[in-house]
Write a protein that binds this ligand. Structure first.
Ligand SMILES: [Zn+2]
Length: 213
């Protein structure tokens, strides 16, 4: 079951169409599998429509806005296990055109393979990367410059913040030192949108230059 959801501000930007294409793809993949967040987006869409309709007559104060956001966030919906049935191909299949397993992965380290798919989003400044952590494998410790939005496409990983299962969403920034371990018996595959390169913090920094993003 999905437990890590995008935050309300991100969903609001998504609802308003303000996210970049790769960032919106991460959110859309999560929404396809998370009825809780779909209903949050529905609420935000309605709110956006009302605000547009009444603009500029209604002035929504900051506190009112915060209270709406906290109401949306307080509805956890964790008991709901409804998965949307997707007709045809998922947005990811459309993007990749093939299965995750048959992609031309580039092995970076013993346990880590990557595939940079940024060129599939022409005109974007963000780096878009698929990462595969072999079952039971460990990723090197690293921090992030800027912000990285990641969604788990397959398997699960754990780090200091908890366990992230399929379709969970996590945002990391420069205050997070991130040390991921693949859990379960499947390879863990993630899709990440990076607004700035990743900086390795472990002892192998120089050796792993190709992995520094
Ligand atoms: Zn969700």
């Amino acid at each position: 079951m999905t437990r890590h959801h995008p935050d309300s501000l991100t969903l609001m930007e998504y609802s308003a169409g303000n996210l970049t294409e790769p960032h919106a793809l991460c959110i859309r993949l999560h929404l396809d599998q998370c009825s809780h967040c779909r209903s949050r987006v529905d609420t935000l869409d309605s709110l956006g429509a009302v605000m547009m309709e009444h603009q500029p007559k209604v002035d929504v104060s900051e506190s009112m806005f915060d209270s709406i956001l906290s109401r949306i966030d307080s509805d956890t919906g964790e008991n709901e296990v409804v998965t949307r049935v997707i007709n045809g191909m998922s947005p990811l299949q459309k993007l990749l055109g093939e299965d995750l397993d048959t992609l031309p992965w580039k092995r970076q380290l013993g346990d880590v393979s990557v595939l940079d798919i940024s060129e599939r989003f022409p005109g974007q400044s963000e780096q878009v990367v698929l990462q595969k952590l072999a079952a039971g494998g460990k990723a090197p410790a690293h921090t992030h410059r800027g912000e990285e939005t990641t969604i788990v496409l397959q398997g699960a990983f754990a780090d200091q913040k908890g366990v992230f299962n399929q379709w969970d969403c996590v945002v990391l920034n420069d205050s997070d030192e991130h040390k991921a371990v693949a859990v379960g018996c499947e390879d863990c595959i993630t899709l990440s949108v990076l607004s700035a390169p990743v900086k390795l913090t472990g002892t192998f920094t120089r050796m792993l230059n190709p992995f520094i993003r």
